[in-house]
Design a binder for this molecule. Structure first.
Ligand code: ASP
Ligand code: MG
Length: 402
């Protein structure tokens, strides 16, 4: 018994039948004696459909109006779920982001929650209601609606769990939990019983696509116990928690990220300050750079290549070309036909053999590596996108997760 926050993703509430299933599940949790706050996403592909609708009217729509539009998807889900619970005889009330006191900054489309005024939430819980909150949205200091970025409902749920000091935050999705690799790509992928926040952060940002990475950051910061599980069955799911409680497996999982592009600046003058000029320029425009590789200098010239999110490729290239003279490069080469494949595990620190095994798996599969990056708990390689699935399988086989 306690306070539980349950988050249901778009696929879990995609149609009337599924909304009724979720309602039953929420009501069961409530009847076991828990206070329950539910956070829901927009039904099925609603958010994508809304984006398409906007494009038909104005492909350059302002971000403020986009947020106004996109927030409606979640508003449909919360009211339908409240109706469903009421139909089953439960007491439920739906709240939009602003009614629930979700205050954010003013970066429309990518807002961050800075505080939650939880009085209304508490009042409704005290009155015995199941409280259903629209995920992904908040309100800024101008009283305008904001959204948290695609997949942001996970973050709404964790933020509410942190603000209310919930005992547990359950993230319901259409898979059974966090796997050693994407089960749609790797046949032998296995569900993990538990995983540390840091490992999950790497997997989330590396394209494992289970949790919004800001939700994991927040769960770690406020020590919110997270469970990722399926809304379609009652299987246990994966617990995300502090590292010392997690068995230090060498490698926990293999992730793939296709949303990557590589930029190479060829024949740059080889002098101090070049890297600073390039990367401070990109940073100022908010363009995140990931793997960086610099060649050794020859005849006063060198090359620098690096990766960015595919969606930032055009902006980065335009920006670099504008500053071609001051940076001092001859040519810019780009490709988005690349993927980043990574292994993650808190136990790989001080284990040089791990990276070697990964490279061996790629060699055996005859896959060429373009770039390599390592940190304490991960090794990433950049390879051709067409080889990505084969690479994930080869690496997964190599570490044959027991
Ligand atoms: N509905 C939003 C999206 O599709 C938020 C979410 O699903 O978490 O990105
Ligand atoms: Mg999601």
């Amino acid at each position: 018994m306690g306070l539980i926050v349950q988050k249901f993703g778009g696929s879990s509430v995609a149609d009337a039948q599924r909304v009724m299933n979720v309602a039953q599940r929420v009501l069961d949790t409530y009847k076991q004696g828990n206070s329950v706050v539910v956070v829901v996403s927009a039904q099925g592909d609603t958010t994508d459909d809304l984006i398409e609708k906007a494009k038909e009217i104005n492909p350059k729509a302002s971000k403020r109006e986009m947020d106004m539009l996109l927030s409606t998807g979640e508003q449909i889900s919360i009211s339908l779920l409240a109706m469903a619970i009421q139909k089953l005889g439960g007491n439920a009330v739906s709240l939009t982001g602003w009614q629930a006191g979700m205050h954010t900054d003013s970066n429309y489309g990518t807002s961050r929650i800075h505080k939650i005024m939880s009085e209304r939430l508490k009042k409704e819980l005290d009155a015995g209601n199941i409280v259903i909150v629209a995920g992904f949205q908040g309100i800024n200091k101008y009283d305008d609606i904001t959204t948290l970025g695609r997949g942001g409902s996970d973050t709404s749920a964790v933020a509410i769990a942190a603000a209310l000091g919930a005992d547990l935050c359950e993230i319901y999705t259409d898979v059974d939990g966090v796997y050693t690799a994407d089960p749609r790509i790797v046949k032998g992928a296995k569900k993990l019983d538990d995983i540390s926040y840091d490992e999950m952060l790497e997997l989330a940002s590396l394209g494992a696509n289970v949790l919004h990475n800001r939700s994991v950051e927040m769960a770690k910061k406020y020590n919110v116990k997270l469970v990722v599980r399926s809304s379609l069955n009652h299987n246990e799911g994966t617990i995300v928690k502090e590292v010392n409680k997690v068995e230090k497996m060498l490698v926990r999982g293999v992730a793939r990220d296709n949303d990557v592009a590589r930029i190479a600046l060829v024949n740059i003058v080889d002098e101090p300050g070049v890297a600073f000029r390039i990367f401070s320029l990109l940073a100022k425009k908010g363009i995140n750079v990931d793997i960086i590789l610099q060649s050794i200098g020859r005849e006063g010239k060198k090359d620098i290549s690096f990766t960015v999110n595919e969606s930032n490729l055009d902006a980065a290239v335009d920006l670099l070309n504008e500053h071609k003279e001051t940076i001092g490069f001859e040519e810019i080469k780009t490709t988005s036909e690349v993927s980043k494949v990574s292994i993650v595990g808190a136990g790989m620190v001080n284990n040089p053999g791990v990276a070697a095994s990964m490279f061996e798996a790629l060699y055996d599969a005859n896959i060429n590596i373009h770039m390599i990056a390592t940190s304490e708990i991960k090794v990433s390689v950049l390879i051709n996108e067409k080889n990505a699935e084969k690479a994930v399988n080869a690496i997964h086989d190599k570490f044959h997760f027991a």
